[in-house]
Design a protein. Structure first.
Length: 398
């Protein structure tokens, strides 16, 4: 029994879940490489395996990064930033693998639809938090740390959408009207990714500077601050020692985490290839597949935001979902655009505009100092509207 408890505490899953998952993964890979004719049940099994490998190992990667950050002396805040980036790694890996397979549209819409699903999660998290009291205060960390990037993201995403519209006009004026000629250039995409990197450098440097700054008015207060700090550091050090993984376990977590994420992305990419070009008679449109992958990348990992809202931990709820939106729309989307010149499919322009609109809602809420139920419903409706437009109208452009 002690072994089972230790196993669950270390790997965040039960021993029996691990046994069942490992068995299913082995069976899937055996069937995948031995069967000549791939059937729909095998593809469904592949999706389940890929989602599990993208979700569970990312937790191990985050745990390993947190532990390794403590070993090298990084602050908890900096470690939290890297952990947040690691939580978005599965969708990035999936998108890059799809690009390498030539599935550009699916790769890009996967990333932006993940941002869309994070938008829905943000709306539902606010809705849950405000359900009984109608409004909640904006967390201080959101106002101080995320607000500058939110302002930039609104402008940058709107300008990118305008760039797309200008590209459409240019294509329409040309002799041969081909929508695929409307491209997001690599310099524009690189600036989106670069802006997030600059933000990380700025916010990390600012946080480290704040932790070193000590304001003391007299000797008595100085003594009190020192005593409080010593007591706090003692408790924090004791807690860190209790939670800190050993070095071999830290390395194991990192290896298992990133290996699992890689094979999860590879399995999901294989499933997409089979649905599009395989021998199965079951067919899905590329956009439908991209939406499924986007949901698979966003909902399991960032669904914790809704759980946090239920537990009244609104800082985690809002930080998780807003961070996911910004990372998908700026960093991951920008990196994809640096790898390949992205065709500006109408959904891409609409989704970028919708994200900018949602961020404008969030910025106004920060300015007002509160989130309320009405704003939560509006955020949800904006994203639902975009998904409805996607299915109803955009198919004519495919």
């Amino acid at each position: 029994m002690n072994f089972l408890k230790r196993f669950k505490k270390t790997f965040h899953i039960t021993f029996w879940e691990a046994v069942i998952a490992l068995t299913v993964i082995i069976v899937f890979f055996i069937l995948r490489y031995t069967l000549e004719h791939i059937t729909v049940p095998i593809i469904i099994l592949g999706f389940l395996v890929g989602i599990w490998l993208a979700f569970r190992p990312s937790e191990w990667a985050v745990e390993g990064l947190n532990s390794s950050a403590k070993y090298v002396g990084l602050s908890e805040y900096v470690a939290g930033i890297f952990s947040s980036l690691a939580s978005n790694l599965p969708e990035a890996v999936i998108a890059v693998m799809l690009l390498l397979k030539g599935q550009e549209l699916i790769a890009v819409i996967t990333v932006l639809s993940a941002a869309g699903f994070n938008t829905l999660i943000l709306g539902f998290a606010i809705l849950v938090a405000t359900w009984k009291k109608w409004e909640i205060k904006v967390p201080a960390d959101l106002e101080k740390k995320e607000s500058p990037l939110i302002r930039w993201a609104i402008v940058a995403l709107l300008m990118t959408a305008v760039f797309g519209i200008i590209e459409y006009i240019h294509v329409l004026d040309s002799d041969s009207f081909v929508l695929t000629d409307a491209k997001l250039t690599k310099p524009v995409a690189s600036l989106l990714a670069l802006s997030y990197v600059i933000y990380l450098v700025f916010i990390i440097g600012r946080k480290e500077e704040e932790t070193e700054k000590i304001i003391v008015t007299d000797d008595t207060e100085m003594q009190k601050v020192d005593d409080d700090k010593e007591e706090k550091d003692s408790k924090s050090h004791k807690k860190d020692n209790e939670e800190l993984l050993s070095k071999p376990m830290t390395i194991l977590m990192l290896v298992m985490g990133f290996t699992g994420i890689f094979f999860g992305g590879e399995s999901l990419t294989w499933c997409v290839e089979e649905l599009l070009h395989g021998t199965t008679s079951f067919e899905l449109s590329p956009i439908t597949i991209a939406l499924i992958l986007g949901a698979a990348g966003a909902v399991p990992e960032h669904g914790i935001a809704i759980v946090s809202a239920i537990k009244h931990d609104i800082d985690v709820a809002l930080g998780n979902s807003i961070g996911g939106i910004l990372q998908s729309a700026l960093l991951i989307f920008g990196i994809l655009g640096m790898i390949i010149s992205i065709t500006l499919h109408p959904f891409i322009v609409l989704q970028l505009t919708a994200i900018a609109g949602v961020l404008w809602f969030v910025k106004r809420c920060i300015h007002d100092g509160k989130f309320d139920t009405f704003e939560a419903v509006m955020i949800i409706l904006i994203q639902i509207l975009i998904f409805v437009i996607l299915f109803e109208d955009i198919s004519i452009f495919e």
